[in-house]
Design a protein around this ligand. Structure first.
Ligand code: FEO
Length: 403
């Protein structure tokens, strides 16, 4: 892709990925796409900041070489070693023979084993706060461990006040032509995809997010240039505030609302779900509803992360909770979505079992299961009326509950 100038001598040279089905092998991005943002500073010294996932390598090199010959690159800044940023390091160690690899001490320790680049004489370890002069421009490095891996750092260009934040402040969603927050048609789409990315990728390190935001709070930032998604030049504070809010949900109060996740084998649980949703809707509370058997957890986790209530609707399947629902709850547990108020409804054939399973998972996540409703087989009209009132009751309870 043709480079886009962000500021004089500073270019976006990233690529978009619309062919990978699953980011990290887990999270669907085929429809939304994802960008691997790489940057080039063409000063007296030439510096590339992060590389890309090894796709579209030729396209990437053509863009880069339209500004500077790759063999003239002096520095390759490795903010993070995950292969969507550093996967081309082996290639660049040959193509850019004089380039030093600027990285943290932890990254230098990891590179030979993880990326199999053994040329230690090429590594230049930088300390927290250290500065490298490029000519007019200068780069300052800040250690931000676990955003997203332990070796991660951010790079700040001091004259243009650009923070190259790597995974932090990133989002899913390809950026075709319009790469800045003030250019895109639907900022709402990118903010929604930033939340999905946050919960899927970063949320386990929320305390580190808050620490990094506090650490960098004194830095004058005019542009946030992450490694995925939009570059925030009109309102850089917007994405910082969003990340801070989302990170705070790991410990503190979340928003009032309810995530309804259901699965159904023959429509019995689904008809209960309709009634429950009607009852919930009566209260006016915000709710999001997902068919758990047909929706990847990637899209459900943001709702679970941000809202205080969960209604799980699932039949008993071979004496256990319906497996697609179990898988979603296990991912929620993995992402440490703790402390929610929960309710369960479902149907069974000859004996239950789903509720017991749900309670076990809920206990592990410190979810308080306050309401349950079980029906044998096909719900009749009185069951549906009961389910509607039950949904209303739980939603009213959420509205009144402390977070
Ligand atoms: Fe975008 Fe942690 O890699």
């Amino acid at each position: 892709m043709k480079p886009i100038e962000i500021k004089p001598q500073i270019f976006w040279i990233g690529v978009n990925d619309q062919t990978t089905d699953l980011f990290e092998g887990l999270w669907p991005v085929r429809k939304e796409g994802v960008s691997y943002n790489s940057y080039l500073i063409a000063d007296e010294k030439k510096a590339a900041i992060d590389l890309i996932k090894p796709i579209k390598t030729e396209e990437y090199l053509i863009g880069l070489e339209s500004i500077v010959a790759v063999k003239e690159i002096d520095y390759i800044v490795l903010n993070h070693l995950e292969p969507d940023h550093a996967g081309l390091l082996m290639t660049f160690s040959e193509l850019a023979p004089k380039a030093k690899f600027i990285c943290s001490a932890k990254a230098a320790e990891m590179i030979p084993g993880f990326l199999k680049v053994k040329k230690r004489e090429r590594f230049q370890v930088v300390k927290d706060g250290e500065v490298i002069e490029l000519g007019e421009k200068s780069l300052q490095f800040f250690s931000t461990p676990f955003l997203h891996w332990p070796e991660t750092m951010m790079t700040y260009e001091r004259t243009s006040k650009i923070l190259f934040s790597c995974d932090a402040f990133g989002g899913f969603g390809a950026i075709h032509g319009r790469i800045f927050d003030d250019e895109v048609d639907s900022l709402e789409f990118y903010e929604k995809e930033a939340l999905r990315y946050y919960v899927n990728i970063v949320a386990n390190y929320s305390q580190r997010v808050i620490s990094a935001i506090e650490k960098l709070s004194g830095l004058p930032i005019e542009i946030i240039a992450p490694s995925h998604g939009l570059i925030w030049r009109e309102k850089p504070q917007r994405i910082i505030e969003l990340y801070h809010k989302w990170a705070s949900f790991a410990q503190g109060p979340v928003e009032k609302g309810v995530t309804i996740i259901y699965g159904s084998m023959y429509g019995f649980t689904a008809s209960l779900m309709d009634a429950v949703a009607r009852g919930v809707a009566r209260t006016g509370i915000k709710y999001c509803l997902f068919d758990g058997a047909r929706t990847n957890a990637s899209y459900i986790l943001p709702s679970l992360w941000t809202m205080n209530g969960v209604i799980v609707g699932a039949p008993t399947y071979e004496g256990r909770l319906f497996p697609p629902i179990t898988a979603i709850l296990e991912m929620a547990r993995h992402k440490r979505i703790f402390g929610r108020k929960a309710a369960y409804f479902g149907t069974y054939g000859w004996s239950g079992g789903a509720l017991k399973d749900l309670k076990r998972l809920a206990e592990e996540m410190k979810w308080e299961v306050t309401h349950t409703l079980e029906v044998q087989g096909m719900p009749d009209s009185s069951d549906l009326e009961r389910a509607e009132n039950w949904g209303q009751e739980f939603a009213s309870f959420l509205i009144q509950a402390d977070n």
